[in-house]
Design a protein around this ligand. Structure first.
Ligand SMILES: C[S@@+](CC[C@H](N)C(=O)[O-])C[C@H]1O[C@@H](n2cnc3c(N)ncnc32)[C@H](O)[C@@H]1O
Length: 264
């Protein structure tokens, strides 16, 4: 077990209940098995449909599944979903919600860099979503495991925060750099030994290619609604001007990175 990943597991176990309350407030998880577009940003769901075709009866694995919105959405589309996360506490909450939604999902606790309980060549699609890579010390380990569990011709499709979002202070105006793009961490998240990383585009794509995954499509997209920027603005009400780069210069950069890759 990678030491940083183990520390991050503890952090997520400790945070799971609070995180769940926050998501409960949003209430989106109730809807995404019926409205799958709620679970994917940046054109990712269209890309999944384009690359994989119908999801019905496809074997799908979500890694670092967290809130499991993607897992519920894909299960709602008829896929046979395995949801993996390093945190058993997050998985327990996700399994309770799956019962409420009446969707069938296999939940497997696993470090994404060591998916040992999942068989070689067993999935048509592997997905990861928003805010996953920041927790990963061993990208190469993750992409090699993704590559191993994909069937020949299978797809790995992720969307995550675009690396160009990372160097800035979290404020709307003035735009201010917090650190250089190339300063990737590890950054200590809390005193308990957990760490996060701000990987560059090259950091993400080179180990992916080295794991034998062939990139077929890359999308770079803006936030689709202004709530994305709410944290930076401290505003309690929706402010559509935050989507305009003149009012909020970071809105002139891509917020989401979507990558679709195939295994040969
Ligand atoms: C911010 S969430 C991102 C996932 C999802 N999009 C969400 O918003 O809940 C990060 C998730 O990654 C999981 N995680 C962190 N490190 C991991 C690892 N090495 N392997 C698998 N999951 C990991 C955490 O437990 C957490 O549930």
């Amino acid at each position: 077990m990678i030491k940083i990943h183990e520390a991050n597991r503890q952090l997520w176990n400790n945070m799971a209940a609070d995180w769940e309350k926050r998501l409960n407030r949003d209430g989106l998880w109730h809807r995404c098995h019926k409205e799958p577009e709620l679970a994917f940003e940046g054109g990712t769901l269209d890309t999944i449909r384009e690359m994989v075709g119908t999801l019905r009866n496809k074997q799908v694995c979500v890694i670092g599944s967290g809130d499991n919105m993607a897992a519920y959405a894909l299960a709602g589309l008829g896929a046979r979903v395995t949801s993996t996360d390093i945190s058993e506490e997050r998985l327990k909450l996700a399994a309770d919600r799956a019962k409420v939604l009446d969707v069938s999902i296999d939940f497997v606790r696993s470090d994404a860099a060591c998916l040992e309980s999942l068989a070689d060549s067993s999935f048509d699609l592997v997905c990861s979503t928003n805010g996953f890579f920041v927790w990963i010390a061993d990208l190469s380990g993750v992409f090699c495991e993704v590559s191993r569990i994909l069937k020949s011709g299978g797809a790995y499709i992720f969307y995550d925060i675009h690396p160009f979002m990372r160097p800035w202070k979290d404020q709307v105006m003035p735009i201010e750099m917090e650190k250089p793009y190339w300063e990737t961490g590890p950054f200590q998240e809390s005193a308990d030994g957990s760490y996060v990383f701000n990987w560059t585009l090259a950091d993400l794509l080179n180990p992916l290619a080295q794991a034998g995954l062939i990139v077929k499509k890359i999308l770079e997209s803006p936030a689709r609604d202004s709530d994305f920027w709410r944290g930076s603005n401290d505003a309690s009400e929706t402010d559509e001007s935050l989507l305009d780069w003149r009012a909020n210069p970071r809105a002139g950069l891509p917020v989401w990175l979507t990558v679709a890759a195939l295994i040969s």
